[in-house]
Design a protein around this ligand. Structure first.
Ligand code: MN
Length: 201
């Protein structure tokens, strides 16, 4: 069964003024849709058809050589954006709550320290990619990382619980080259309820 572009869980303008409606419309309707369509073309008629995206990305070595790059890039794009939309909401932001809030304070010292490190991961990712807060699959501890392109921590055995898209298409219309400003505003739309769901799952 083919993968389907998920609906946004809110309207295009729900994240304004932090993320503008036009950016959301193009990001979801063009970019995310493009990854979804290309993923489906790549896996059509293969053994991967019908598998979950998590199991595909969790074992890229099992993907046939001739479609591995396409699946890594477009499967990653499909999964990352599906996650990304859910990680934000209109009245989000503020200091993290629930168990994940406690874990962030314990790990990074304070929410401000966490923000500084998470922002540095996003601004420091050269070119296109993602900044992440993960639960390390080996140690079980929270860590901040980044990946290039559409790579996802689940391909490295980790559990992503927060991610931010730092491709220019995520911010260029409104913020132009100011990735740091975009990241400052991202903190204002984080859906900590959902982050906590992922953390405690
Ligand atoms: Mn994107």
């Amino acid at each position: 069964m083919a993968f389907k572009l998920p609906e946004l869980p809110y309207s295009y303008d729900a994240l304004e003024p932090h993320i503008d409606a036009r950016t959301m419309e193009i990001h979801h309707g063009k970019h995310h849709n493009g990854y979804t369509t290309k993923l489906n073309s790549a896996i059509e008629g293969t053994d991967l058809d019908g598998k979950s995206i998590e199991s595909i990305l969790g074992d890229l070595n099992a993907v046939p050589d001739n479609i591995r790059t396409a699946v890594r890039n477009n499967g990653g794009g499909f999964y990352n954006h599906k996650l990304f939309w859910q990680l934000m909401k209109g009245d989000g932001g503020g200091a993290p709550t629930h168990d994940v809030g406690t874990a962030i304070t314990d790990t990074f010292g304070s929410y401000d320290e966490f923000k500084a490190k998470f922002k540095a991961a996003g601004t420091g990712q050269f070119g296109s990619g993602w900044g992440w807060l993960i639960v390390n699959g080996n140690t079980g501890k929270l860590e901040i990382t980044s990946t290039a392109n559409q790579d996802n921590p689940i391909s490295q055995g980790h559990k992503p619980i927060l991610g931010v898209d730092v491709w220019e298409h995520a911010y260029y219309l409104h913020y132009q080259n100011r990735r740091g400003d975009y990241l400052d505003h991202f903190f204002e739309v984080i859906n900590w309820d959902f982050v906590n769901e992922l953390y405690t799952a």
